[in-house]
Design a protein around this ligand. Structure first.
Ligand SMILES: [Zn+2]
Length: 87
């Protein structure tokens, strides 16, 4: 697996974890836009989901990479609704 695949997979797992825990929502009009809900419990839960998800994967994931991928997705998420449509 290439470095790029590794990064892409980390990103999707991070997004999946944040979406599943309810820490971020995706704009209904703009699937590329993620919105942070501001729920700290859900954010903590997302780290746990990401770690659990990757444990089921056969890849040798670095825990720090998983943590920083989740944090990165949170940083990328808008804080107050979709910046494009306000929804
Ligand atoms: Zn939108």
């Amino acid at each position: 697996m290439s470095i790029n695949d590794y990064a892409d997979n980390l990103e999707s797992v991070a997004r999946y974890a944040l979406g599943t825990s309810g820490a971020i929502e995706v704009c209904k009009q703009h699937p590329d836009v993620t919105i942070s809900v501001g729920n700290l419990d859900a954010e903590r839960h997302a780290y746990a989901i990401a770690t659990q998800t990757l444990k089921r994967d056969g890849t040798m994931w670095m825990r720090e990479d998983v943590m920083s991928a989740v944090k990165h997705e949170l940083d990328m998420a808008a804080d107050d609704g979709c910046p494009v449509c306000g929804g």
